[in-house]
Write a protein that binds this ligand. Structure first.
Ligand code: NAD
Length: 392
């Protein structure tokens, strides 16, 4: 007989009161995820968004109209930090504001799920990390949802179980394409003062390195190839203004530790013709190779190998089997907003259960963002000098 499903209906749920700072694209995505928490089953915690802040009144008004239970809507984030009943903050603001707002949040004793790149540059990231060190009771994590796609999560499980044998090569990337249109209006993500000199790497990079870094695959040296393709874009008045940031970045790295050495190719592209939010990882090993891309979100490719055996790629439509159990049937498809929901569950799980989370994979850590800043800073140096750069 099929085991009876436990829907967790009678489970008491501990409420975590959240404030959202930055009510733009990602802030709204989070509000929507909170609104369908009932999608998840068997969880003993639930986030409640009780406050929202954005400098843009229209963005705050969207929260007032759409988030039941919102009791504070403001243009000043300090009001959220002064509110004793708010336990945690999700912050999604332009990169030049990360340092100040993240540090203020951490020092106010609020748990923080911040957006990447966790500081506009290396010094900003180091200042945030110092605040993290000084406030060990506060949980600080960086948003990175793609490893929660079932296909990616399966690969993460295989790495954890050391199923790949000797790793021969890793390739990971995150590709967009809408910037191919030279008439796409400029926004803060194309300007150094708000996005940072890293350009596409700061914008896309943490997503790419989250899985490799989690398993200690950190580059010991790199050579970067950065390109600026569209040099100006129209502003609101239609005047063409400089588009300052790197559009595309490809980094060839060597991963070398005591027990392993292999090349790793990382790519961050704002202009990859035809690609819309394509995140992927490919791993080649002596006992297993595997590939997952959000371009085919249901498909997982794998090639298990035993010496002398056949080399046959398997393609499966992977079931909707997520890190946190949901009401969704296994035959249905998983998408971007599901990944956000799963990632948020991981953050809340860690607030409530610490190292005894219900599943093993957490959001990106501050230390992983620090390693990503060393990578991007090294890549800028490599581009400037046209040299291979060694990382500490
Ligand atoms: N995880 C992902 O997949 C993903 C996707 C896109 C963006 N992001 C990251 O999310 C962050 C925000 O990006 P976005 O696309 O949501 O940008 P956005 O421009 O849509 O939203 C940013 C919001 O911050 C507000 N803001 C600016 N200054 C503020 C201040 N002092 N106080 C409060 N609000 C302020 C702006 O008015 C705007 O509404 C960035 O760090 C970006 O890299 C992550």
């Amino acid at each position: 007989m099929k085991p009876k499903r436990n829907w967790g209906i009678r489970m008491a749920q501990r409420e975590i009161h959240f404030g959202v700072i930055g009510c733009g694209l990602m802030g709204r995505e989070f509000a929507s995820a909170a609104a369908r928490w009932c999608h998840l089953v068997n969880l003993d915690f639930v986030p409640r968004i009780v406050a929202a802040c954005d400098l843009n009144r229209n963005a705050v008004d969207w929260f007032t109209a759409n988030v039941p239970g919102l009791r504070l809507a403001t243009v000043d984030y300090h009001e959220l930090l002064a509110d004793k009943a708010i336990e945690a903050i999700y912050c999604a603001v332009p990169h030049n504001l990360h340092k100040q707002i993240y540090i203020d949040t951490i020092q106010a004793g609020k748990h923080l799920l911040g957006e990447k790149p966790f500081g506009i540059d290396l010094p900003a990231n180091q200042a945030i990390l110092e605040a993290v060190r000084q406030n060990p009771g506060v949980l600080v994590r960086c948003s990175s949802q793609f490893p929660f796609f079932p296909g990616a999560y399966q690969i993460v499980q295989w790495i954890r179980e050391q199923r790949f044998g000797q790793i021969m090569e890793v390739e990971a990337g995150f590709w967009h394409s809408s910037d191919l249109d030279p008439n796409k209006p400029i926004n803060w993500k194309r300007q150094i003062s708000t996005n940072g000199e890293y350009g596409c790497m700061g914008d896309l990079g943490v997503h790419v390195v989250h899985i490799p870094y989690r398993f200690g695959w950190r580059p010991s040296s790199l050579k970067a190839f950065l390109s600026k393709i569209v040099k100006d874009r129209p502003d609101k008045e239609g005047r063409r203004v400089p588009c300052e940031t790197w559009d595309n970045g490809v980094i060839a790295c060597e991963v070398a530790s005591q027990d392993q050495q292999f090349p790793m190719f990382l790519s961050f592209k704002r202009i990859a013709p035809g690609h819309a939010n394509t995140w992927f990882i490919r791993i080649q090993g002596t006992r297993l190779s595997a590939e997952f891309t959000t371009r085919n979100p249901k498909q997982l490719l794998s090639l298990p190998y035993t010496p002398g055996g056949a080399q046959e790629w398997r393609v499966v439509d992977i079931p909707y089997r997520s890190a946190y159990e949901t009401i969704t049937g296994g035959i249905f498809e998983f998408g971007f907003s599901d990944a956000i929901l799963q990632m948020w569950a991981a953050f809340c799980d860690e607030i409530i259960h610490g190292p005894d989370m219900k599943q093993f994979f957490s959001c990106a850590t501050p230390e992983e963002t620090a390693a990503s800043h060393e990578l991007f800073t090294g890549a800028l140096e490599s581009q400037r000098t046209n040299q291979v750069v060694r990382l500490a």
